[in-house]
Design a protein around this ligand. Structure first.
Ligand code: SAM
Length: 198
């Protein structure tokens, strides 16, 4: 299983944003929607081996997470508006503290932040994506279950980055230039695809 965790430092977790102006009303959820497309959607299909966790920290009092599971998700379309509607509906449904609840096939939410996601990541090899780290091309990616953590347009909170490394995560870069989150995900997925293809 490939897992991606994207931290949205400003992203609203209440689903209360305008579809006609997603960037400025949602705390840049648009960058997380691009990450969703890059992570799970390929030409004519969904990556069945991939799970994405969006961690929405816009309201520090009430972090929320959305989990999209490629093996179960249905009717995911690649356009931003359609993905925004899917995420908005999920966020508007009631969620439990610390436990994912499915709101439709393959889409689940919980009340809580990265800490509440950790039980799902037990046994997964953890990686941190950041520019300047050792090159992914020289790295062992053979773990059958791997989780890649990325930041949004403002990067990762220091405390969360340190906590992730303290869990044993290995830092990787996808090249010398700082990219948008979705583009970094595409390069990780491509590297994994190439290795899987032998
Ligand atoms: C737009 S970048 C963050 C830029 C932010 N200003 C910073 O300095 O951290 C978004 C995320 O994509 C990932 N990323 C971007 N470029 C990368 C690279 N060359 N190698 C690895 N990860 C990268 C990182 O996880 C980063 O937090």
């Amino acid at each position: 299983v490939r897992r991606f965790v994207v931290i949205g430092q400003k992203a609203r977790g209440d689903g209360d944003f305008l579809l006609v102006d997603i960037p400025s009303t949602s705390g840049r959820l648009d960058s997380l929607l691009s990450a969703l497309r890059a992570c799970l959607l390929v030409s004519h299909g969904v990556r069945r081996d991939t799970v994405l966790y969006l961690v929405l920290l816009g309201d520090p009092e009430r972090p929320r997470c959305v989990r999209i599971t490629g093996s179960a998700a249905r009717y995911l379309r690649p356009d931003e508006r359609s993905l925004a509607v899917t995420v908005q509906k999920a966020l508007r449904a009631p969620a439990q503290r610390g436990q994912f609840g499915e709101v439709r096939p393959g889409i689940a939410t919980l009340d809580g932040g990265l800490e509440q996601v950790l039980p799902e990541l037990q046994g997964s090899q953890l990686f941190l994506l950041e520019p300047g780290a050792p090159d992914i091309r020289d790295s062992d990616l053979s773990a059958p279950d791997a989780t890649f953590l990325l930041g949004d347009h403002v990067g990762l909170p220091d405390a969360l980055r340190s906590a992730w490394l303290a869990l044993g995560a290995r830092a990787l870069s996808v090249g010398p230039v700082a990219l948008h989150t979705a583009d970094a995900i595409t390069l990780v997925a491509n590297e994994l695809d190439r290795r899987a293809a032998g």
